[in-house]
Design a protein around this ligand. Sequence first.
Ligand SMILES: *Cc1c(COP(=O)(O)O)cnc(C)c1O
Length: 381
Amino acid sequence: MAKMKVPFYSLDYVNDSLGRGLQAAFGKVLDSNWFIRGASCGEFENAFAGYCGVRHGVGVGNGFDALTLMLRAAILQGLLKRGDEVLVPANTFIASVLAVTAAGLVPVLVEPDRATCNMDPSKLERACSPRTKAILVVHLYGRIADMDAICKFAQSRGLLLFEDCAQAHGACLADDRRAGSFGLAAAFSFYPTKNLGALGDGGMVVSNDASLAEMVRTLSNYGSARKYENCYLGVNSRLDEIQAALLQEKLPHLDSWNSRRREIAERYRHGITNPQIECPQAPTVPESHVYHLFVVQCKRRDELQEFLNARGVETLVHYPVPPHLQQAYTEIRTTEPLPELRHGELPVTESLAKCVLSLPMGPGLRDDEISYVIDSLNEFA
Ligand SMILES: *Cc1c(COP(=O)(O)O)cnc(C)c1O
């Protein structure tokens, strides 16, 4: 078999196929001479919130700010208070946990289910204390978490529910149960490689709660709802007009890109027969996974990655060091009584960090590249 070079993710496909449209969107903003939160931003906020099945959308600077501002808005609305505990997956990109800390809340880490890598609902009870007030669920790798169980638990405990949808644009359990519509509010990132990505940073908070959405808008604009009236200690985190126009141009294609990702996932699942490599289980509702990442598990992960790399197949690890083992959190733990990370042993999280490997994935991955990746995985002895 001739050697190929398969990149982990390629933006060529999306940018080439939409080239003209993206340039027209850019031109429209250029001509308007309005670059922050103008007509394009408003249009995209409505379109994306509508796509999620939610009433309000507020464009912000990035996914991390979307998470932080959504939580801070809930505090300012009196729904949470500083020092309250928030259940958050132990197995996630650190932004989910950092945002809880940044909002002045205490992240309490919950172990994942080994098969789905998402928050394990059976571990929620044990993580709760009288100070637990909310759950921040993450739809990791693009797979909707076990929302039936998680929503039921939140309801029985009177906990607020928030979502980190940074990897799950468009994932849905049913037409009216889309990522972003399950809780009080949800945060999205439009980082360039996400399923819906800008040509730079971007993010959005979506919510059915008009006053919470308005609070996010105010906080993200220096805590000011009216010019030069600053009611809150806000920040500057707004969605650029150019990014909003580009995202609006891309949004109509999101569903077909997600379908292509699912198609690739099915080919991987059926093609990979090496018993050393475990593919992620298919969810019962196919549309509930948008395969931001296709993550296999292998006990000899590092050797496998090395082997694939030598064959020209680029892979990544999401994530090699879980948040609770990061230096950032060691320092917080030793220098401040609060906020701290509260958690017990996290053996599932720690063992996943040693065996997960993300394969090339994206709407631009070609059939011959998929076959080459599959053959390479099956040749790993
Ligand atoms: C990408 C990501 C974020 C952060 O988004 P940025 O736009 O990079 O700030 C947060 N949570 C998860 C799960 C992510 O994958």
